[in-house]
Design a protein around this ligand. Sequence first.
Ligand code: A2P
Length: 343
Amino acid sequence: MSKSYRVAILGATGAVGTELLELLESRNFPIANLKLLASERSVGKTLKFKGENIPVEPVTEQAFENVDIVLASAGGGTSKTWAGVAVAKGAVVIDNSSAFRMHPEVPLVVPEVNPQAAASHKGIIANPNCTTILMTLAVWPLHKIKPVKRIVAATYQSASGAGAKAMEEVLTQTSDILQGKQPVAEVLPYPLAFNLFPHNSPLTDLGYCEEELKMVNETRKIFGSQEIRITATCVRVPVLRAHSEAINLEFETPFNPDEARAILSQAPGVKLVEDWQANHFPMPIEASGRDEVLVGRIRQDISHHCGLELWLCGDQIRKGAGLNAVQIAELLIEKNLLQSTTA
Ligand code: A2P
């Protein structure tokens, strides 16, 4: 009989947490026991898994006993408090927050790009930032053929990146505006319905927000290359759950768009969506609920002979967060990497 595992979802009631639950069920993840953890606010709630109602438990030290894998998506502060506790109790933590991503001893893994990095884990593996995951899926297959020198990215990010409450807020604001009422912003800093604004993560001294610097630093770590020059402008748009990105790539030598198209049509986790006659390219509405990152509109950069332009859309909650985390867990099982090496 094949082995099954004791899994805990930390942040089970959130946007990513509920998606994790669905992914574990639909991918038939080998589960022996499932614990659903959230804040005290959610105690008394139940969530459905394979037809069964599972109670949501508060996070405590005891909650991590007899757990093999923790899928954490409850924010950086919660991960910082509990990841070490879970690891000390023998679990491997796959963390969706930014708490450990740049820690030199924590692998930052996109299974289609750098699965080998997972082997060096010491109990925690970080799931990269959503915009970064989506971008690496499209850029890595090209970078492997011809090194990318510089990436210029502009993102169009959905409300889901700010959590379930932000998604609800956009729907309420939309309805309020349609009824002639003033929209109220409580979760996000400004009304997002019928609007957009530069990403709401904290600004740094460089003038970049943290989200933009995550794309820079995390992509370099995942690619194992500190030389790639990367710049990004991140923008929140009134879309519910899929992010879009306009990406300009500069290579060492010219990259034929047809060659790039052929490579991306075969790339794992990528689906090429290009109908030039119909002007049909990736759209968030078509990327939502899908596992693949939709890539298209690949064209020669007319301002640079070694440049390529491309456009992508990917489900932020799925490949941008939950799916990538579950794929890391599947990778750990497949490569027999579940034993934490801290003992
Ligand atoms: P809760 O629903 O009880 O607040 P999202 O990213 O959609 O905002 O979801 C965040 C998730 O993290 C929710 O499941 C939320 O639980 C959980 N969470 C937030 N803060 C804590 C905390 N301090 N301890 C445990 N879980 C938390």
